[in-house]
Design a protein around this ligand. Structure first.
Ligand code: SF4
Ligand code: SF4
Length: 227
């Protein structure tokens, strides 16, 4: 790991990130940095059949923190002579497709070696499961490191709780295939339309969280600190 990548990691952790990863990509500036921030177990555990107003506020607060961390990383990269593009924690780019962002945080996190995707179509961090939110900085800085996930036990194999719990029947129950990362795992339209219709009174239909709440990989997360 280079001195700058160590500085970036220390900066992110000092600002609240639980994990930082580096990856290469053929897209944009050639490299990327994934920042993960943990969600509150106590707040997620309150989700019971529908999201809560507390979760909606938490979701927005964590997104704002991630966006701040991304900018701080970008400024550090810039000060060291590198270019950067911050990819917001939650921002759709309608010109790229209705439910797409500029860059898939989930794919960046997989490439960073932090974990893999679950049948709930969420990123499952090797320690914290789906109870993290992600952000990405694209950059021409290469950290020159390749981390392999230590989580080789693909937990979805004997599960399917998220598929059964989804009130929109939006999850296909398919396993993520790293060799075919664009294969669809869910019906984004069904998910979005259900949230808008059923949870308009909670965060204007922008959050749900049920498929995160039920995932046993997330239940394990309370065993870990951030270090
Ligand atoms: S609830 Fe079960 S099937 Fe769904 S993502 Fe979590 S471990 Fe995988
Ligand atoms: S967020 Fe809610 S509606 Fe969307 S896939 Fe998960 S459980 Fe289903």
């Amino acid at each position: 790991m280079t001195a700058l990548s160590e500085e970036i990691t220390a900066l992110c952790r000092s600002l609240g990130a639980c994990d930082v990863g580096f990856f290469d990509t053929p897209l944009e500036l050639g490299h990327g940095i994934t920042v993960a921030v943990r969600l509150s177990d106590a707040i997620i555990d309150e989700i019971d059949g529908e999201p809560t107003l507390t979760y909606f506020n938490h979701y927005r607060s964590v997104n704002a923190l991630i966006d701040h961390i991304l900018l701080r990383v970008g400024l550090l990269l810039s000060a060291n002579g590198y270019r950067y593009i911050t990819v917001a924690a939650s921002q759709s780019m309608p010109n790229l497709g209705k439910y797409r962002g500029r860059f898939s945080h989930k794919m960046g996190a997989v490439l960073s070696g932090m974990g893999h995707l679950g049948r709930n179509c969420l990123f499952l961090h090797e320690k914290y499961g789906p109870r993290v939110r992600l952000g990405t900085v694209l950059t021409d800085f290469s950290a020159g490191v390749k981390r392999e996930t230590t989580d080789t036990d693909y937990i979805c194999a004997s599960c399917g709780r998220c598929v059964s719990a989804c009130p929109a029947q939006a999850l296909y129950g398919a396993d993520f295939d790293p060799g075919n990362p664009d294969a669809p795992l869910m019906d984004y339209r069904a998910c979005s339309e259900h949230m808008k219709k059923a949870y308009q009174h909670i965060g204007r239909g922008a959050v749900c969280g049920i498929c995160m709440r039920v995932c046993p990989k997330g239940h394990e997360s309370r065993r870990y600190g951030n270090k």
